[in-house]
Design a protein around this ligand. Structure first.
Ligand code: ADP
Length: 490
């Protein structure tokens, strides 16, 4: 019996999952990764600790399932995107801590790049922001003693976490990434499919340190025999959100998913057309099951489930996240209360880093239930902003929204989402869509699965939420949200 092994290296943990021929998850284990916050707004991780956590999770997963490394047909890798590692190609040692996607240390540099913003967006599909890898790489080269000289001598390599794991897994033989990760660096020609010399020069990153860009679903290399005792093909790579899109069986134009985790990330597959957003969404690569380029538009909300953690940890008005469902359902409306969760500014489509949170519309009748319900509703309203921007960009209404992520288990939220969007919301039976997407890519590349149609057939709905709210109620609620957003951003 052969299995597909998926490595899912997220922001807070490294996970490994094993899938059988029917794409059933037979085992999954995770090991925590450790963030560090050395300065306000800075977020780092130790790349060696990420590697150790990833390998531990693989060993535990294989042990849990009683599967030998030789029984793995192929490995797929998915990863927290944008997080940046620079290492010495001779020693294999990182020369600095990994700079995590959330880290704001290069915000000032991004302000300096503002005059070039239009050219950067035209080439890369991104807005200029510290979120992406390019300025993080330059920061390491400029701030680690001797790094510029070393990189000039060809001694340093850059990688996002996918590249770092592949390099470690192959014993330093393969230095590669895929288009979904490359498209998050601000250094990648989104349409052309390779590193862009103008962007590399503008941001100060030498081409020689960049990984080869290979297809998301292709044979990339083999694990070194000494890593876990077998030479296993590595055959799939995708950044986490694009992997989730694949795991939701969204391989073609017009299909979309929204992930409700710490933040929310909505992606709409746009097929072979390179999207140009008129509504401040990001244009990015989707994971292609072939060598043909595939694209998506993406909306990123920075705070979604994190607002529920704020209710739990800071306001201390809910004991845990799942309780919010019953609390919200205990009342029929918030009575005009809105929370705009701009705790770290607002992402798409506002891109306003100065905005701060607002709780408004309260009366003496407002209590815990209204605040909890307003917090859950804020995820749905923010998602509607993204979906409206996507629909306006594409000129088409979504047929349905596929959902995943921790907060997608909240039935109140999913029903409210369907109501406020006036679009059906569909939750899959397997919520681990990120790991599943990476498995699909590896399985398709190696013939374990024969076609995208075969893989699509594995996707099953757990529950479908149909819109039920009268249009007049929806419109009134939506206009209240727009008013709240105006106040938070004025
Ligand atoms: P990430 O991958 O970003 O770490 P997850 O997909 O694991 O996030 O989801 C965790 C987030 O979802 C947390 O912020 C948590 O507050 C929120 N969450 C989890 N379960 C629920 C729930 N039942 N209702 C509302 N929010 C939830």
């Amino acid at each position: 019996m052969a299995y597909i092994l998926s490595l899912d290296e997220g922001t807070t943990s490294a996970r490994a999952a094993l899938y059988d021929r029917e794409a059933r998850r037979v085992a999954m284990r995770s090991a925590a990764t450790v963030p560090r916050f050395p300065n306000p707004g800075w977020v780092e991780q130790d790349a060696n600790q990420i590697w150790t956590a990833q390998i531990d999770s693989v060993k535990e997963t294989l042990a849990q399932a009683g599967v030998k490394p030789g029984d793995i047909a192929a490995i797929g890798i998915t990863n927290q995107r944008e997080t940046t590692v620079v290492w010495d190609r001779h020693t294999g040692e990182p020369i600095a801590p990994a700079i995590v996607w959330q880290c704001r240390r290069t915000a000032a540099r991004c302000k300096e790049l503002a005059p070039q913003a239009d050219a950067i967006t035209a080439k890369t599909g991104l807005v200029v922001d510290a979120y992406f890898s390019g300025t993080k790489i330059a920061w390491i080269l400029d701030n680690v003693f001797g790094a510029r000289a070393k990189v000039a001598a060809g001694d340093l390599l850059f990688g996002n976490i996918d590249t770092w794991l592949i390099w470690k897994l192959t014993g330093g033989r393969v230095h590669a990434t895929d288009p979904t990760n490359a498209s998050r660096t601000m250094l990648f020609d989104l349409a052309g499919g390779d590193w862009d010399d103008d962007m590399l020069k503008l941001i100060g990153v030498p081409r020689a340190m960049m990984p080869n860009v290979v297809a998301s679903s292709a044979l990339i290399g083999h694990t070194s025999g000494d890593v876990f005792g077998a030479e296993v093909p590595i055959a799939g790579i995708a950044g986490d959100q694009q992997a989730a899109l694949a795991g939701q069986a969204c391989f073609s134009k017009g299909l979309s998913k929204n992930t409700y985790g710490t933040g929310c990330f909505a992606l709409l597959h746009t097929g072979g057309d390179r999207p140009v957003s008129k509504n401040k969404l990001l244009a990015t690569r989707a994971a292609s099951a072939t060598t043909a380029a595939q694209f998506a538009v993406e909306g990123s909300i920075f705070i979604a489930g994190a607002a529920v953690q704020w209710l739990r940890d800071k306001l201390q008005i809910v004991p845990n996240a799942p309780e919010t469902e019953a609390i919200a359902q205990s009342i029929s409306s918030t009575g005009g209360v809105y929370l705009v969760p701009a705790f770290v500014g607002l992402g798409s489509p506002h891109w306003n880093s100065e905005a701060r949170s607002l709780l408004c519309g309260m009366t003496l009748g407002t209590g815990r239930a209204e605040v909890v319900r307003a917090t859950l509703e804020s995820m749905a309203y923010q998602t509607r902003e993204l979906i409206e921007a996507m629909e306006s960009d594409s000129g088409a209404k979504l047929a349905e929204l596929r959902v995943d992520g921790g907060a997608a288990s909240n039935n109140f939220l999913m029903q409210f989402q369907a109501d406020i969007l006036d679009t059906p919301v569909v939750r899959p039976a397997d919520a681990e869509t990120t790991a599943l997407g990476a498995a699909f890519l590896a399985g398709l590349a190696t013939g374990y699965w024969k076609s995208v149609d075969e893989v699509n057939a594995f996707w099953r709905a757990d529950r479908r939420f149909e819109p039920q709210m009268p249009a007049s109620e929806r419109d009134a609620l939506w206009s209240g949200w727009k008013d709240a957003i105006r106040r938070a951003t004025c």
